[in-house]
Design a protein around this ligand. Structure first.
Ligand code: C2E
Ligand code: CA
Ligand code: CA
Length: 732
């Protein structure tokens, strides 16, 4: 800290004029009768005549004949003024004066004496008398002397009372200032502290003495100096001079660094406050008086509210609002610099599945870890924003060329090529990334985001885990998917789904032994839609479980109807998505349905694809075991295309393996031997599992299957999926 200390003297006469004014007022009010005057003299005649005179002008008056009598009176009642004769026998005037001084009576004495020499008068004053009157005197002289002493006495008494009052009020103000919750300060016209209360110690850790004489710039945070200078250099006085500002003050605690204060200050003429300084240029001495309130807590709350308004609280990443704001800025900058920028739309593949199967807590942690990994991978100048669920937007400002955005996408994909370990789960995630570039693909924020979203959908539809640049033809594909999404929601509400049933044959016994329920969508405009066109989308947008429940219910109800109609009991297989299996109460819901429709448990079969089963074995196994306990059968669908890890076959309570129909394609005229279907059948037999071969379209294929010992077959050759009334006819 630096700066020369100014020399300032304080004069403790503050408020004197107001006391004088008060005293004058009091003087007028003085009731002469309230003054008790005592006349001490050995001359009785003089005593009476003087008493009469004194009383005639309004004072109360008592008399004492001689010094001793006078002392007696002084001891018994308070006397304001004594009119004292000097030469008296025995106890003379000097003795009375001495006695008054010794006893410290609050009494003013006027000495009356015949010997009016200079020496005599001097001695009298030395002995404590207030006035001297030589004998003989005129009545008017006596009156004016008494009045004068009474007046001075009145002043003295009032002054004393004022002083007591002043001390009291000073004590009060000192208390208020020291115990104020705020910092109270005074700064002179050159910016040096001239006063600080003790509060500064609690709030910022400095002693007032350390700072008094220092310049305010040593206390104000560097970034707020402009604000502080503005108010402390203010030269106007009066109303317009008061200012309310916020600034930070430095703390002596290095950990705190600085705190926010709100200061209201007024410019003051310090002379009026009794503060003087020798000023060379003759300018009126001005300073600033202010009160600074610690608003750190309020500031923290405000910052928190601000943060919440512009960030996603889970990942602490910027939210959509802030992202759009940064995009606006980046676009205008790119326009100016004739540069490009890119928006990446990231959608995590299969997040919903992870969230449903591992629970929301892990889902949330995963999002946090993903956010962190994204931040690690990208530059500080890029903005990553979570715009909802598992979707992220990334803004890459200042792009050299289009290809650069592709490199960023590749970097992201490779950053997620190794799994995230969470709560003992090894979670491998991937992203579908859509890219749109300014100004090539669009020039507005909305268009850029929309186009990147479209490109993302495109890669999602084409196998996920990759990136794709926006191109014009995506518009129609996007629109198509978007429409389907809307339509699926409507279809559920309007009962547009229907179950078809495809028979399964025992080729040895030459009869139908089971049915597979397959969903169809009766679209009001597009006609019949097959599941491949909408099931993946339904899974992506989270409607598959609702659709699945519809199929389970319809299947159970239909089975019951057939039983009631007296049709010979048949096994019914219903396809179940991995997302349904991930629902914690899937097994309970299904068992409840069976109970509700009162159907034999063993007639129901659940078909799960090998791939979806692999997604979360840990959760699937106990759930499937519960189903088996209920008597429900389990069939592994599309077997052979997935993991081909066979170990799970032994752990799981499986009844049937359904060989994927792709394996049948090799059964042609030429390549009989190359077919691996034989191996699968042999293995299934080894594990004592039943095998169903689906997708049999030709007689050749049927014969081949027969030859390798498979008996249960499903396919267009023997029967297509049929609506309920047709299949009912077939069963009858
Ligand atoms: P998937 O479970 O493998 O069902 C067999 C598919 O093969 C059915 O197609 C069926 O019509 C078809 N198919 C049967 N025999 C032949 C044949 O000889 N040749 C050929 N080329 N195809 C044959 P679909 O009905 O279009 O269903 C497609 C997929 O949609 C199903 O494959 C299944 O994964 C899914 N799916 C169908 N219904 C549901 C459902 O209710 N829930 C769930 N989650 N998925 C379903
Ligand atoms: Ca199936
Ligand atoms: Ca299948």
């Amino acid at each position: 800290m630096s700066g020369t200390k100014p020399s300032i003297q304080y004069r403790t006469t503050a408020g004197l004029s107001s006391i004088m004014a008060n005293a004058n007022k009091l003087e007028k009010d003085i009731e002469k009768t309230s003054y008790q005057i005592l006349i001490i003299d050995d001359n009785i005649n003089l005593l009476y005549s003087t008493q009469a005179l004194v009383e005639s002008i309004g004072y109360s008056c008592i008399i004492a004949d001689g010094g001793e009598a006078g002392i007696n009176v002084l001891n018994s009642i308070p006397i304001d003024i004594v009119l004292l004769d000097l030469s008296m026998p025995e106890v003379d005037g000097y003795s009375v004066l001495k006695y008054i001084q010794k006893k410290e009576f609050n009494t003013d004495v006027i000495v009356v004496s015949g010997e009016s020499t200079f020496d005599n008068a001097t001695n009298v004053f030395k002995s404590g008398a207030l006035d001297f009157l030589g004998k003989p005197y005129k009545s008017s002289q006596l009156i004016s002397t008494i009045d004068n002493v009474a007046y001075k006495r009145g002043l003295k008494l009032n002054l004393k009372a004022m002083q007591v009052q002043l001390e009291e009020s000073e004590r009060r103000y000192r208390f208020i200032v020291s115990y104020s919750p705020d910092i109270i300060y005074m700064i002179d016209h050159r910016g040096f502290f001239t006063f600080l209360n003790d509060r500064i110690t609690d709030l910022l850790g400095y002693k007032p003495e350390e700072l008094i004489g220092e310049h305010f710039s040593s206390l104000v945070h560097e970034d707020d100096l402009m604000i502080a200078e503005h108010i402390f250099n203010e030269r106007r006085t009066g109303d317009r001079s008061s200012q309310n500002v916020e600034f930070r003050l430095k703390s002596s605690d290095p950990e705190v660094q600085s705190k926010h204060f709100e200061s209201s200050s007024i410019v003051i003429e310090l002379c009026s406050m009794g503060v003087y300084e020798e000023s060379d240029d003759g300018t009126p001495y001005l300073g600033t008086y202010g009160v600074a309130r610690d608003i750190s807590e309020r500031k923290k709350d405000q910052e928190m509210i601000h943060f919440q308004a512009y960030h996603d609280l889970l990942t602490r990443l910027p939210n959509r609002e802030l992202f759009l704001d940064r995009m606006h800025l980046a676009i205008s900058q790119a326009e100016r610099n004739k540069a490009k920028l890119a928006v990446l739309f990231l959608d995590m593949d299969g997040f919903k599945f992870i969230n449903d199967s591992l629970g929301h807590v892990i889902g949330d942690s995963l999002l946090q870890r993903v956010a962190f990994r994204l931040q690690e991978t990208l530059r500080d100048t890029d903005t990553i924003s979570r715009i909802g669920g598992d979707e992220f937007n990334i803004l890459i400002p200042e792009l050299k060329n289009r290809e650069e955005a592709g490199l960023v996408a590749e970097k992201i994909l490779s950053a997620f090529s190794h799994p995230i370990i969470l709560d003992h789960h090894e979670i491998t995630i991937s992203f579908s990334i859509g890219i749109s570039v300014f100004p090539d693909d669009a020039t507005s924020t909305e268009e850029l985001i929309k186009n990147s979203d479209m490109a993302m959908y495109h890669i999602k539809g084409r196998g996920k885990n990759g990136y794709e640049f926006f191109s014009d033809h995506m518009q129609s594909i996007y629109q198509y998917r978007h429409n389907i999404e809307q339509d699926i929601r409507k279809a559920l509400d309007n009962d547009q789904f229907e179950a078809y049933y495809q028979p399964q044959y025992d080729i040895n016994a030459q009869k139908i032994i089971g049915l597979e329920a397959l969903i169809r969508w009766n679209h009001p405009e597009k006609g019949l839609i097959t599941p491949d066109e909408f099931i993946p989308i339904a899974e992506e947008i989270g409607l598959i479980c609702e659709i699945g429940r519809y199929m389970l219910k319809t299947g159970c109800k239909q089975l019951k109807t057939w039983l009631d109609e007296g049709i010979k009991p048949l096994k019914l297989s219903i396809n179940v998505s991995a997302y349904q299996l991930a629902e914690s109460n899937f097994d309970v819901v299904l068992c409840d349905l069976i109970k509700k429709y009162d159907i034999p448990h063993h007639l129901l079969m659940v078909e799960i694809t090998e791939t979806s089963l692999m997604q979360d074995m840990e959760q699937a196994i106990p759930r499937l075991k519960n189903l088996v306990k209920c008597g429900i059968g389990i069939c592994i669908d599309d077997f052979g295309v997935g993991y081909s890890s066979l170990s799970y076959l032994q752990i799981l309570p499986i009844d049937i393996l359904k060989v994927d129909r792709s394996f049948l394609s090799c059964i042609t005229e030429n390549h009989e031997k190359a077919c691996i279907i034989k191996a699968i059948v042999a293995m299934a037999r080894e594990l004592e599992l039943e095998v169903v071969v689906e997708g049999v379209e030709t007689v050749k294929q049927l014969n081949y299957i027969k030859n390798i010992g498979c008996t249960i077959v499903q396919g267009f050759l023997l029967g297509r999926p049929l609506p309920v009334n047709e299949v009912s006819k077939l069963l009858k």
